[in-house]
Write a protein that binds this ligand. Structure first.
Ligand code: SF4
Length: 387
């Protein structure tokens, strides 16, 4: 492994075996949620304008690479931050520029993460007309008190209205994000949120257990009322059951989809395929190099003003690291990985099978739902040299 924190001291060269994903980070929010550790700062119109000019420059710079004409972009994901702070015209400009500098596949999946309070019917329609074909709505909970406690700016009713507005605007691929393991959230409360969100009929559901990562307010100050492990586990299992009963496939540890509606963009990550990272703090993976853009928005803009790509760190993965990464990422998916990828871990595979954490069929190894639940510790075991 070679690591460097020298800006731009790396030459990126995708293999081009698959269409690339493109992650575009929009680093502003109207208010910071108490559990949030993402690279985001306060929204100011002038700061957004300056950032968007820099982002267009970054796309232009990327498009100058000699390989830019040889690759196709198959998925675009606008994440944040709050990408739904963008006006449809701004989003259209970004997509047009991406399509001019790279080949954007006509069938590309284009997703925008939206916060309910900043999504109206007109905006959703504007996004759709600009080329967006998937929206991911950050609902998190349908408990009014919990939403306030989380520092969210929307109520349960506003979340439902935003979902319906997107449907009215003709968006036929909608995902809903939820969080379990929240302070003072009991099992009936969680099931009410899951049932409520499933009743809207989203094509896709993401549900993550709360983590208090460094950089979040709750990590620094602590938070009272966190449920015990048994309750969190019960919430995971009730989610898996309710989603299954409603016809969703549990296709990744934290993700559920109706048939044909898996997130294509996220599957690029889980299949260890290549992607561009654009925007402050965005990460990319091209030709065996993992890289990250500088995080502070002002530094990002200044580097692009100076004509420099804003890459802050990079890591050249060895063949062994890539293999280890591929199998861990692959095991996140219900598709699992070829049995041959785990042949050197036969005793571990055997013990997981006996514990009901893994199944082997059709020459593939797949984690079970019980295995998904324990995946963090299973992946640690997998990385141990003598396991
Ligand atoms: S959780 Fe999302 S909406 Fe909340 S502050 Fe973080 S990035 Fe913004």
């Amino acid at each position: 492994m070679t690591r460097s924190d020298q800006p731009s001291a790396v030459s990126l060269q995708p293999t081009g075996h698959h269409p690339l994903g493109a992650y575009v980070h929009i680093p502003f929010c109207r208010q910071r949620c108490h559990y949030c550790s993402f690279n985001t700062g306060p929204y100011r119109p002038a700061a957004m304008d300056r950032f968007l000019a820099a982002l267009l420059r970054e796309i232009d710079r990327g498009g100058e690479a000699e390989w830019a004409g040889r690759v196709t972009i198959g998925t675009v994901f606008f994440g944040g931050g709050t990408p739904s702070l963008l006006e449809p015209e701004e989003l259209e400009t970004l997509l047009d520029r991406l399509g001019k500098r790279f080949a954007l596949a006509p069938s590309a999946e284009v997703t925008v993460e939206c916060n309910p309070e900043s999504l109206t019917r007109d905006k959703a329609e504007g996004y759709r007309l600009a080329g967006v074909n998937r929206l991911s709505l950050g609902v998190q909970s349908l408990d009014a008190g919990l939403l306030v406690r989380l520092g969210r700016l929307h109520s349960p009713e506003e979340a439902r209205r935003a979902f319906e507005a997107a449907r009215d605007a003709g968006v036929d691929n909608l995902s809903v994000d939820l969080i379990y393991g929240l302070p003072d959230l009991d099992l009936p409360g969680w099931e009410a949120t899951v049932r409520g969100a499933l009743a809207w009929g989203p094509e896709h559901l993401s549900a993550y257990g709360l983590t208090l990562d460094e950089g979040s307010r709750w990590h620094g100050e602590g938070v009272a009322g966190l449920p015990d492990e048994e309750t969190v586990t019960a919430q995971y299992w009730s989610l898996a059951r309710l989603a299954r009963e409603a016809g969703y496939e549990h296709y990744e540890i934290s993700n559920y989809a109706r048939h044909g509606f898996r997130s294509r963009h996220n599957q690029v990550y889980w299949r260890a395929e290549e992607y561009l990272g654009l925007g402050p703090g965005a990460c990319g993976f091209l030709g065996g190099v993992r890289y990250g853009n500088v995080k502070p928005v002002e530094r990002y803009c200044a580097m692009l003003d100076a004509g420099t790509l804003p890459i802050g760190t990079h890591e050249i993965l060895t063949a062994a690291q890539r293999k280890a990464e591929r199998r861990i990422l692959g095991l996140r998916l219900s598709d699992g990985v070829p049995f041959a990828w785990l042949e050197d871990k036969a005793p571990l595979v055997e013990s997981w099978k006996e514990l009901g954490l893994l199944e082997v069929a059709d020459d593939r190894c797949r984690l079970t739902e019980a295995g998904f639940l324990l995946s963090d510790s299973l992946f640690v075991e997998l990385l141990e040299p003598r396991s």
